[in-house]
Write a protein that binds this ligand. Structure first.
Ligand code: C5P
Length: 414
């Protein structure tokens, strides 16, 4: 996991959304990061430093003159901390702190540290909607954005005053996602475009009904996150999903197999890696009805189905002339003869790798969070992986992709 061993400086300011940031600090710590919390005086009115200390297992800093165990003052110690941080998160960020950061004030420990911190900054604002919308705040946000600072939210919703509006801090999960993306932005896939097809498709019978499948899109979304965390520029071409599109991933909706085919072909010339994780319908109704089919009109209904385009097979064909994508990965979901079918797909569709899963097993396949896969590559024996979460499968698949990409490009250079 990308958070493992990373140093995160978490600046906490005085807003009621702070209770969610305790959870964020805990999640980051559980993910393996070393989290150093610096609070403003106002923040301590909402939550005691002790709370953050307990969840991070580390000292929390508020007062610039607070002596610390090695005898230095916190102000000095934290200059070192700021310099060694991999990421600086400010959450919740009040209008006041955003203003102080935009103008380079150093009137407390947090703002002083900010001036020494060259790591990427991630700000999650939280304030009343009129404060967020004010020209002063918007100008301060623009200054920080121009300097390369990343903002997550705020979003619309219920505010501390009881009113509804834009100003609500995003959920900790979204801050986590953005943090992962920023930590990975110089990773081995930086500057590479990775295109992933995900979810199922819906093939219309009439304007109301469709033929669909049980794909949740979880595997494709996990792959998109893993690719993003390695620095890739990720495009997710997806049908209906049961999970949200992750932060920092460009989503293109394609409801039918034909739409997914067109979206994929359009982006192919700029694609380095293509992963076909979508459960694409193999057949569609030949003539969808223009009006809703009425049951009163017949006792029986026969729908003639015709084949849809095989997206991955076409990608495999075109890559021969285009030289792109450099790497193509497919999935094989089967209920029997898994390895034989997967092996056949590897060659027939001109793929570099197939992730094969036996969807008859209760812990693998559609809509569950785990997967038991076997990896097939050219000129290699099939490699069974243990039962893993879909996130772990995704991370390992992306590590393989990095290796495959190096191999193809190594061959080109030679
Ligand atoms: O041929 P089969 O459907 O078993 O192959 C599965 C793989 O092919 C998956 O990676 C899937 O995303 C892709 N596929 C596709 N277009 C289709 C059917 C499958 O891209 N029409």
């Amino acid at each position: 996991m990308i958070l493992e061993g990373k140093r995160i400086l978490l600046g906490v300011t005085g807003g009621i959304a702070i209770y969610k940031v305790v959870h964020l600090a805990s999640r980051l710590t559980q993910g393996g990061a070393q989290v150093d919390v610096v609070m403003t005086e106002a923040a301590t009115r909402f939550v005691a430093p002790m709370t953050f200390q307990a969840v991070t297992q580390r000292a929390v800093y508020v007062d610039p003159w607070q002596p610390i165990p090695d005898g230095e003052h916190a102000r000095i110690a934290h200059v070192h901390l700021a310099r060694s941080a991999d990421l600086f998160i400010i959450a919740p960020a009040t209008a006041n702190t955003i203003a102080r950061l935009a103008h380079g004030l150093a009137d407390d420990l947090l703002s002083s540290i900010a001036l020494s911190c060259a790591a990427p900054w991630l700000i999650a604002p939280a304030m009343e909607s009129h404060m967020w919308a004010s020209p002063a705040t918007q100008a301060n946000v623009a200054i920080l954005r121009d300097r390369g600072v990343t903002f997550v939210g705020p979003v619309a919703g219920h505010l501390a005053s009881g009113a509804k509006g834009v100003g609500r801090m995003v959920e900790p999960e979204e801050i986590m996602e953005a943090a992962r993306a920023l930590l990975g932005r110089n990773g081995p896939l930086a500057g590479r475009r990775v295109v992933i097809t995900a979810g199922g498709t819906r093939e219309p019978i009439d304007p109301v009904r469709y033929i669909g499948n049980r794909s949740s899109g979880k595997m494709g979304v996990a792959l998109a996150q893993a690719a993003r965390d390695l620095g890739a520029d990720v495009v997710l071409i997806h049908g209906p999903l049961q999970v949200p599109v992750p932060w920092g991933v460009e989503a293109r909706y394609a409801e039918t197999a034909q739409a997914m085919y067109e979206a994929t072909m359009a982006i192919l010339p700029e694609t380095d890696v293509l992963i076909g994780a979508a459960a694409v319908a193999d057949f569609r109704p030949a003539e969808p009805a223009a009006d809703k089919v009425k049951k009163e009109e017949a006792q029986e209904l026969v729908i003639r189905l015709v084949r849809t385009p095989d997206i991955l097979a076409e990608v495999g064909r075109r890559r021969r002339e285009l030289g792109r994508p450099r790497v193509v990965v497919g999935f094989a979901a089967e209920t029997r003869d898994l390895i034989a079918y997967a092996q056949e797909k590897l060659h027939a569709k001109n793929l570099d790798m197939v992730v094969a899963n036996d969807i008859s097993a209760p812990d693998a396949g559609f809509a569950v969070d785990t997967n038991r896969v076997t990896i097939l590559r050219r000129e290699r024996e099939p490699e069974p992986w243990p039962l893993l979460s879909k996130d772990e499968v995704a991370e390992r698949v992306m590590q393989e992709v990095v290796v495959l990409l190096r191999q193809t490009e190594g061959m080109d250079d030679g």
